[in-house]
Design a protein around this ligand. Structure first.
Ligand SMILES: [Zn+2]
Length: 191
């Protein structure tokens, strides 16, 4: 019978002393102390008196205040799903997504015309502001955060320049609303 205790550990953290437990999966013993080899949660097998670490399924590398870059895969009024491809500027090969909060980005207060901070297909750079409930919560409030690449909704060509809230297509003249990152339009894109 296995008992899972919801205790998060990082590699090297003490999980038990060897008088109490035997080292199990993803642990090691050194000088009478059993420590975690992986980030995850501690599992105690009371029958065999073995202690293990169950690696976290969530990408362990993402922390609050990190930044990630990804593609918007769908957006609602107050949030958008972002498929993450870069973490702190480096490619990530894990398959994971974050939830981009769009609250407070819809323009100048109540009654103001609704704007569209992001659209599906946009590439956005986002700040990680919370990891509550295992969800990577993102926002784009800072000047460096926001859309870094987007296509024209009218003609499909890349949009190249804009200001903080609007972007204009060079090809067809279409104007779209976005919350752009400060470096929007520079190439190559900095993830
Ligand atoms: Zn266009």
């Amino acid at each position: 019978m296995k008992e899972t205790k919801k205790t998060g550990v990082l590699p090297g953290d003490k999980v038990a002393i060897s008088e109490e437990f035997l080292p199990g999966v993803h642990t090691y013993e050194a000088s009478g102390v059993i420590r975690a080899l992986r980030t995850g949660s501690v599992m105690r097998d009371m029958k065999n008196m073995e202690i293990s670490v169950k690696p976290s399924a969530q990408p362990e590398l993402v922390k609050v205040d990190d930044w990630v870059t990804g593609q918007v895969e769908g957006s609602q009024a107050n949030s958008a799903n972002v498929h993450i491809y870069f973490h702190n500027g480096k490619p990530t090969f894990k398959d994971f997504s974050g939830m981009l909060s769009l609250r407070g980005l819809s323009g100048g207060g109540r009654g103001a015309r609704r704007t569209t901070p992001v659209k599906s297909g946009d590439v956005v750079r986002c700040r990680v502001f919370s990891l509550v409930n295992g969800i990577i919560h993102l926002n784009i409030d800072e000047p460096d955060m926001g859309v870094v690449a987007a296509l024209c909704g009218n003609c499909g060509r890349p949009l190249l320049k804009g200001n903080e809230t609007r972007v204009k297509c060079d090809e067809c003249g279409n104007v779209e609303e976005r919350k752009l990152a400060r470096d929007f339009g520079t190439t190559p894109i900095e993830p």
